[in-house]
Design a protein around this ligand. Structure first.
Ligand SMILES: NC(=O)c1ccc[n+]([C@@H]2O[C@H](COP(=O)([O-])OP(=O)(O)OC[C@H]3O[C@@H](n4cnc5c(N)ncnc54)[C@H](O)[C@@H]3O)[C@@H](O)[C@H]2O)c1
Length: 423
């Protein structure tokens, strides 16, 4: 097995194939990360170092930045990033570069599978012509398939091996070859009739979440005006044993998938003269959420005869969701920028993110502050942006002057509830 891109998706896949008794060769252009993994250090919080060491001890796992070795594995799974450009269009440079490199070393009999999330048509329209520049023919000399990753970082109920996997092949032989490979590591495989169906399936899953989260975010704002607690409403609605799936509001969408992937479809839909209205409306509502949180924060300070300008704010949680160390697209970053723009002095605490790194959009240059009772009292308000399980919310509310809670993290706090404002 060759796995190209050893990040949040590639590394867990490598682990599962290794556990399945296969020889795994990981490829990544990030030399530092390759070195780390070689020394048994996990670059991802929810993958313990011990698991990397166990993989290395089997002698079946290796990692390299030497792409000349791409011709060695029988199968190459591509798990490279698919972000958006500044203009919110698909940024396919990583997939393209990877395919160009693979084409240089492609040999007869190899299977190539794209795992990265993308618009329907990518495998056939973008990858196939690049790979065939090698002189080899898909379906005859090499095989091509698409199988979307469904990783849910931090979810303790599922691991890569137990999440059913959808697979579409460029042709029947490619699908058969892909099934033969994946069944070594994944318990349930769902073959579909084409790469396009598998690509569209992943986009549907993520658009479904994006649109439903937008709906509860909108209802949160409406119910707040009506004096109704959205969290209590969702809890009550969840008792319906059929036909209702709970989605929860928050300070905005975060992560590598939900805020980005639906816009891959929006872009593709333009080629068919179709607007994706649900997705665009959802994007509008979700993008507005950090602004809403800042407005609620200003109102709460106003009630206490204070202004946001000059106030000291501690943002709790930088990660885009609880108990992980991933800040990509995190609404906390946007919140910090908006609060600073309004003249607040902002610090953050996140047990999993000791400092911020430069990103495409943000360069905050901050370090996580320690969390003590005296520290909490120094701030005019504490804003809960990520509901990490390790936080003691009763203790936080006890020592903070004001708590803005965007995640209903303080639901079970019994004392000092007058200090809590849900936003
Ligand atoms: N993170 C998730 O939870 C998740 C879930 C489902 C799907 N996905 C999708 O999976 C894909 C990968 O996401 P990720 O979170 O693993 O990204 P990531 O940034 O964690 O990892 C990608 C890795 O690819 C490497 N890379 C980039 N270009 C390369 C090249 N040309 N050759 C070799 N390596 C290269 C990078 O150095 C990086 O280590 C994306 O399309 C994403 O949308 C991610």
């Amino acid at each position: 097995m060759g796995i190209v891109g050893m990040g949040y998706v590639g590394l867990p896949l490598a682990r599962e194939f290794c556990r399945g008794g296969m020889k795994v060769l990981g490829f990544d252009i990030n030399k530092q990360m390759v070195e780390k993994i070689r020394r048994g250090i996990s670059p991802i919080k929810h993958i313990p170092h011990q698991e990397i060491r166990e993989m290395l001890q089997t002698q079946r796992f290796q990692i390299t930045d030497n792409m000349k070795q791409l011709s060695q594995p029988d199968a190459l799974l591509i798990c490279v990033p698919t972000p958006l450009t500044e203009n919110r269009e698909p940024d396919m440079q990583y997939v393209e570069t990877t395919c160009k490199t693979i084409a240089k070393y492609l040999r007869k009999g190899q299977l190539v599978v794209l795992e990265s999330t993308t618009y329907p048509g990518t495998t056939r329209e973008l990858m196939l012509p690049i790979l065939e520049r090698s002189g080899l023919k898909a379906g005859r000399d090499f095989f091509l398939a698409y199988s979307p990753e469904r990783e849910d970082p931090g979810n303790k109920n599922f691991r890569t091996a137990t999440i059913p996997k959808v697979i579409g092949g460029m042709d029947k032989t490619s699908l058969k070859k892909a099934i033969e490979i994946y069944c070594r590591a994944i318990k349930t495989l769902i073959p579909v009739s084409s790469c396009e169906v598998a690509e569209a399936c992943k986009i549907l899953e993520n658009s479904y979440r994006c649109v439903n989260i937008a709906m509860v975010n909108e209802l949160k704002m409406l119910f707040d005006r009506m004096g109704i607690d959205i969290w209590e409403v969702i809890k009550a609605a969840s008792t319906k044993p059929f036909g209702f799936q709970a989605f929860y509001p928050g300070p905005g969408l975060g992560g590598h998938c939900i805020p980005i992937d639906p816009f891959y479809l929006t872009w593709k839909a333009r080629q068919y003269d179709m607007p994706t209205r649900f997705i665009e409306l959802a994007g509008e509502i979700n993008t507005n959420m950090p602004y809403y949180v800042v407005m609620k924060t200003m109102e709460a300070l106003n009630e206490r005869k204070k202004s946001l300008k000059g106030s000291k704010v501690l943002v709790l949680g930088l990660a885009y969701k609880k108990d992980i160390d991933d800040v990509r697209e995190s609404p906390s970053l946007e919140l910090i920028e908006l609060l600073r723009d309004k003249g607040a002095q902002v610090d953050y605490n996140d047990p999993y993110i000791p400092k911020t790194h430069k990103q495409r959009k943000y360069n905050l240059g901050m370090r996580s502050k320690g969390l003590t009772a005296a520290m909490l009292r120094k701030y005019d308000l504490v804003l809960i942006a990520t509901d990490h399980s390790s936080y003691d919310y009763e203790w936080i509310v006890k020592h903070a002057h004001l708590v803005i809670d965007t995640r209903n993290a303080t639901d079970k706090v019994r004392s000092n509830r007058n200090r809590i404002v849900k936003a």
